[in-house]
Design a protein around this ligand. Structure first.
Ligand code: FNR
Length: 186
């Protein structure tokens, strides 16, 4: 049985460390776990109920929500901005949270973050956990992935994840998350 994991990257920039972390996942995953990157959410308008009332949900919101529904599990890989969730990503959650068939309900979700600082995005992850609890996800616990001082852990040219302890802990998390998805499905 294949486990289909959707990745949602909270950084929009081309040379993002978080996106580099997303690209590192397939090689560190257990057999049978496959990855798809979420459709773009950076074109969503800022959430405004007037838009929803006038014309329903924008097509990219529906596409994004469908991708979440189709996944067995979701891994959110995102930077911390000013100690919390990047605005574009929070806006995406705000949009899909208003859908009738709210796509994150009962969805297994794990978190990862990479940052330039010493805490690796941990403050953001605890805000994210708070928000995801309201969305009624099944939230994966430990091990947590905080890639601190990311500039030292990825190759400067290729952005390949080179730090072995980080590779090891990500591998451990992915194996544990696979088991978690199986238990939630059972
Ligand atoms: C940051 N950065 C940052 N880092 C951190 O550890 N805690 C923080 O609160 C913030 N705040 C913050 C706000 C904004 C607006 C920016 C642009 C950056 C630094 C951040 O960790 C660094 O830029 C990462 O490289 C961003 O992740 P990506 O884009 O490389 O994936």
């Amino acid at each position: 049985d294949q486990l289909k994991v959707l990745t949602i990257c909270g950084s929009l920039r081309k040379n993002s460390y978080n996106h580099a972390l997303v690209r590192a996942l397939p090689a560190l995953a257990p057999a049978g776990m496959t990855f798809t990157e979420a459709p773009p959410f950076d074109g969503f308008p800022f959430y405004n109920q007037d838009i929803q009332d006038a014309s329903g949900f924008p097509a990219p919101v529906v596409t994004f929500a469908d991708a979440v529904r189709a996944a067995d599990g979701v891994i959110i890989v995102t930077p911390e901005y000013n100690w919390t969730i990047p605005g574009a990503l929070k806006n995406a959650f705000d949009w899909v949270s208003r859908l009738k068939d709210q796509p994150f309900k009962d969805k297994p979700v794990a978190l990862q973050s990479a940052s330039g600082g010493p805490l690796g995005g941990s403050r953001m992850q605890y805000h994210m956990r708070q928000s995801l609890t309201y969305l009624n996800v099944f939230l994966f616990g430990t091990p947590e992935i905080f890639v601190s001082f990311a500039q030292n852990k990825f190759d400067k040219d290729t952005l390949e994840l080179t730090d072995q302890p980080t590779r090891d802990i990500v591998k451990t998390q992915l194996a544990a998350f696979g088991g978690f998805i199986q238990r939630v499905k059972a």
